[in-house]
Design a protein around this ligand. Structure first.
Ligand code: FES
Length: 67
């Protein structure tokens, strides 16, 4: 089953299913055993590229609707 990617309004990008995450040099982030992660969109996370919830307090606003 392919990974499901969901853009959360005013929040992160949620990825569920089977996935791997790499930096631009091809180094793999350790997501072993995880079936769901959230990637930061607000650029304020202290755990980048993963969301740490800071988007809730930093005023990040972005609503994305599929067309
Ligand atoms: S989107 Fe959650 S900390 Fe950036």
């Amino acid at each position: 089953m392919p990974a499901k990617v969901t853009i959360i309004n005013n929040g992160p990008i949620r990825i569920e299913g089977e996935f791997e995450v790499f930096d631009m040099n091809g180094n793999k982030f350790n997501t072993e055993g995880k079936e769901r992660i959230s990637l930061c969109r607000c650029s304020q996370s202290s755990k980048a590229p993963f969301c740490d919830g800071t988007h809730k307090t930093c005023g990040f606003e972005s609503e994305i609707i599929a067309s």
